[in-house]
Write a protein that binds this ligand. Structure first.
Ligand code: SAM
Length: 183
């Protein structure tokens, strides 16, 4: 079932209204060498639009969200990415992991499609932060199956897929984290 079908029309307005999009910080964390990027769970393509001059493919399993994207689109499950190994300089994953039924599969696939030395940039909400708690309670009403974790818990899950945390910092409602394939 497409759980975003009910909210796709108001989604971008909500993200902008809450100040959730941080294009300059995302670009900085991706680094200038990342030219070919997979936006994993990229939804309506907001991040892709904020990264001009790069080749961004927006992958999402929600047809409703994906049809708003103006970048190249890929309708697929993030746990089974239909792309070859090492195809991307970077993978972006913004506010997706807590929605994923099997986030470990997303980490495994992100690791697989990253080129050697490529980066996975994750943005998530931090359930420990007062600022985020109200937002998360509201989100929980819309999506009862979501599951929030701390930065350390996400990093531990990513490590099982061979992704090592390089750095992280608090950012707005949550945190940004950069991971790299350990191999
Ligand atoms: C809150 S939206 C974030 C969209 C976009 N990354 C952004 O920052 O605007 C979460 C997105 O993750 C997608 N998603 C969740 N689990 C997924 C999966 N297993 N495979 C592909 N997309 C997934 C949803 O369909 C939704 O579009």
């Amino acid at each position: 079932m497409d759980s975003f079908a009910a909210i796709h029309l108001g989604y971008e307005a909500a993200v902008r209204g809450l100040g959730l999009l941080a294009p300059r910080r995302l670009a900085a964390w991706l680094g200038t060498r990342a030219r070919v990027i997979l936006d994993l769970g990229g939804g309506t393509g907001l991040a892709a639009d904020a990264l001009p001059g790069r080749c961004v493919i927006v992958l999402d399993h929600s047809p409703a969200m994906l049809r708003h994207a103006s970048a190249r689109r890929l309708l697929a499950d993030g746990g089974r990415i239909p792309c070859p190994d090492g195809a991307f300089d970077a993978v972006l994953c913004c506010d997706v992991l807590h929605h994923a039924a099997e986030p470990a599969h997303l980490f495994a696939e992100a690791a697989r499609v990253l080129r050697r030395g490529g980066r996975l940039v994750v943005r998530e909400f931090d359930p420990r932060r007062n600022r985020a708690r109200l937002l998360l309670a509201g989100e929980h009403l819309l999506f009862p199956a979501i599951s929030y974790r701390t930065p350390a818990a996400w990093a531990a899950l990513a490590e099982r897929a061979g992704l090592r945390r390089l750095r992280w910092r608090r950012d707005g409602w949550g945190f940004l984290m950069v991971l790299q394939h350990a191999g």
